[in-house]
Design a protein around this ligand. Structure first.
Ligand code: NAP
Length: 275
């Protein structure tokens, strides 16, 4: 039986076992996907278990994505500039291949929920400069013809991020939202603001062009205060749950050999756990 995992610390909040469990059953596959609590100190030994053949691969979540990037044997060249891996695949020779599927998940969610969103896309604004922001920025640089403005509370962190992404990506403090958003066609929140109903201070959506799309990668709650306010102002919005569902697709395919589909039924199943 093919076995896969998700490791994190803590891990019990993870919805990934539900997603992969749904697909295993839906496609009638013999396999398992289990959540495993792994502390940062225990991460190297756990990766040796993967090399040893106990698993086909698995997912990596907070706080292990950056350390895993350093520890794998083979880095996906398409996502190595993110410097954090969330998906591992064991090669036949025991080597661990690491990749970041948050980039794919972010783009696939917008492609599904807002078809055509990136046609003629010029400036975009990304709020936040943490691990998730790196994946979002990596995805956007391939779709944007103008600038990707990365705005962060700690501007030094935004500056460190842009150093890995070339001239198209620029850094600024959150206070410059009004100026950066004036020409933006897409606003993305990648900060933790919105979780548990927390709100931004000083982000004025009235400055955003009316044709803009606003998306949040926070998905608990599904409609964050930012998305609620954007919708009230008549802006198009896309929530972050689809990113979580789509990022799971490439891993499942690599481990179990079937490319799964993100269906409304799966979304309803996971949405029910967000209440
Ligand atoms: P992270 O590396 O810890 O980064 C956190 C970000 O939030 C930083 O930019 C931080 O700014 C900012 N921030 C935190 N508190 C703030 C405050 N009070 N005011 C202003 N900015 C604040 O976290 P991450 O891994 O990037 O994850 C960010 C969020 O994305 C989490 O909620 C996570 O659940 C979600 N996420 C969703 C998906 C999905 O599939 N939908 C995937 C990955 C992550 P500073 O640098 O100034 O501290």
């Amino acid at each position: 039986m093919i076995k896969a995992f998700v490791i994190g610390h803590p891990i019990k909040h993870s919805r990934s076992p539900l997603i992969h469990g749904y697909w295993l059953k839906h496609y009638g596959l013999q396999g398992s996907y289990e959540p495993i609590e792994v502390t940062p100190e225990a991460l190297p030994a756990f990766l040796d278990r993967l090399r040893g053949g106990e698993f086909a691969g698995g997912n990596v979540t907070v706080p292990h994505k950056e350390q895993t990037f350093q520890l794998v044997d083979e880095k996906d060249p398409k996502t190595a500039h993110i410097k954090a891996f969330n998906t591992l695949v064991r090669r036949e020779d025991g080597h661990i291949f690491g990749t970041n599927t948050d980039l794919y998940g972010f783009l696939a969610n917008l492609d599904q929920e807002a078809p055509g969103w990136s046609g003629g896309l010029e400036d975009v604004v990304v709020l936040g400069a943490g691990g998730a922001a790196r994946a979002v920025v990596a995805g956007l640089t391939g779709r944007v013809s103008g600038k990707v403005h990365v705005l962060n509370r700690t501007v030094e962190r935004a500056q460190a991020l842009i150093a890995d992404f070339g001239d198209k990506v620029v850094a600024a403090p959150l206070e410059q939202f009004g100026a950066a958003a004036q020409r933006a066609r897409l606003i993305v929140n990648t900060t933790t603001i919105g979780m548990h109903g927390t709100r931004f201070e000083g982000i004025d959506l009235a400055r955003v062009p009316r044709a803009a799309l606003v998306t949040d990668i926070v998905y608990v709650p599904l409609l964050t205060p930012l998305l609620t306010e954007a919708a009230e102002q008549g802006l198009r919005v896309v929530d972050g749950l689809g990113m979580l569902l789509h990022q799971a697709v490439p891993g499942f395919e690599a481990w179990f050999g079937t490319r799964p589909e993100v269906t409304p039924e799966l979304r309803v199943l996971i949405e029910a756990t967000l209440k």
